[in-house]
Design a protein around this ligand. Structure first.
Ligand code: ITT
Length: 184
């Protein structure tokens, strides 16, 4: 049994979809863990995992995702959740304004297995759109246009987003590790 610890249903849906495609079943531990602040998503993901290992037994993983906007010197970066709950997608568009719109998502998965913590990452480059578009996905999806695309992530199906996303890239690395090590 492999647990995914997250309070975010959107994350669970995307990850479950990808893992089922590879024949791996996961169980959702819907827990809100206090996000230990750190300088980057690797540190936050690792420290959150170490903290959860005190109460969750067996094999589990969690992930931390950040959104880095070039024009804002990387803001909101690891504080994406705070930015989402405060200024929101519309506020981010205003902040970026007419500046260079390049941005990227970074997901860092940490797997806890056999007393060890192992990390897998995934990145998606793109730009911040000038208006909010689309009703799929979650978070900043309506304002993020992946490189080489015209649509925002929220205008794509879950399968299309998983084809290219930061999260799905990290999850496919995790799947490779689980398969190699026969972890289920
Ligand atoms: P956890 O319980 O898993 O921590 P969370 O929502 O707090 O859930 P994060 O801190 O990793 O997760 O994510 C920060 C925010 O970044 C999140 O609340 C979303 O608003 C946004 N976000 C994360 N992944 C995203 C994605 O794939 N597309 C759009 N926005 C995303």
């Amino acid at each position: 049994m492999i647990w995914l610890v997250t309070s975010n249903e959107g994350k669970f849906r995307e990850i479950d979809l990808e893992m089922r495609k590879h024949g791996i079943g996961i169980s959702w531990k819907k827990a809100k863990y206090s996000e230990i602040q750190g300088n980057d998503n690797y540190e936050i993901s690792l420290r959150s995992c170490q903290d959860m290992a005190k109460t969750v037994h067996g094999t589990f993983f969690l992930e931390d995702t950040g959104l880095y906007c070039q024009a804002l010197k990387g803001f909101p970066g690891p504080y994406a959740k705070y930015a989402y709950e405060t200024i929101g997608p519309a506020g981010l568009i205003r902040q970026v304004g007419g500046l260079k719109r390049d941005a990227y998502f970074l997901t860092v998965v940490t797997l806890h297995h056999g007393g060890k913590n192992i990390q897998f990452d995934g990145k998606l480059e793109g730009t911040i759109s000038s208006d909010e578009r689309g009703g799929n996905g979650f978070g900043f999806d309506p304002v993020f246009i992946p490189k080489g695309e015209e649509r925002t992530l929220a205008e794509m199906t879950a399968e299309e987003k998983n084809g290219i996303s930061h999260r799905a890239i990290a999850i496919r690395k995790l799947i490779g590790y689980l398969e190699e090590n026969k972890i289920q």
